[in-house]
Design a protein. Structure first.
Length: 156
């Protein structure tokens, strides 16, 4: 064992003895944390930790932004394309002959799943359908048999 190792061992034994003099483990832990913080950061000034952390956060955000911008400029953007939205899908259905016959909201949701491979909830579709009705793209009629609303293309 070298002289340095022996000296370090004696210092650690002294530290352990001092820490064990406190009955509370929480107090022992706090003192040990404070002591280690002082030992490892003795060259830094008191406000340096926060400043350094802020600089790291800024740098990482900036680096991410620069990285994203460069990928977009050279056409190698690796982000996944966003899937078809409910409104865009509705406009595609309106352009087709899908709404020539009355359709329930459940049938529309099922068609979204089949044609666009998207599982939209009926609550997500209902607002788009209502807007289409207000814009006179669709008509909403109540089916007398099952008392549910059905949507069909509006006659222009």
């Amino acid at each position: 064992m070298t002289d340095f190792d022996a000296k370090l061992k004696n210092q650690l034994l002294d530290l352990a003895e001092t820490l064990n003099a406190f009955k509370s483990e929480a107090v022992q832990l706090k003192i040990a944390e404070k002591l280690l913080d002082v030992l490892f950061n003795e060259e830094k000034e008191p406000g340096d930790e926060n400043r350094e952390q802020q600089e790291n956060n800024f740098t990482s955000r900036r680096a991410k932004r620069i990285s994203t911008n460069s990928r977009m400029q050279d056409g190698t953007n690796t982000r996944e394309r966003k899937s078809t939205g409910a409104t865009k899908a509705m406009h595609r259905l309106l352009q087709s002959d899908f709404f020539d016959q009355p359709k329930t909201i459940a049938a529309i949701a099922e068609r979204y799943n089949e044609e666009f491979n998207e599982n939209f909830k009926t609550s997500e579709i209902s607002g788009i359908l209502l807007k289409s009705v207000k814009e006179n793209l669709l008509k909403r009629e109540k089916n007398q048999e099952n008392k549910r609303y059905e949507y069909v293309k509006a006659n222009d």
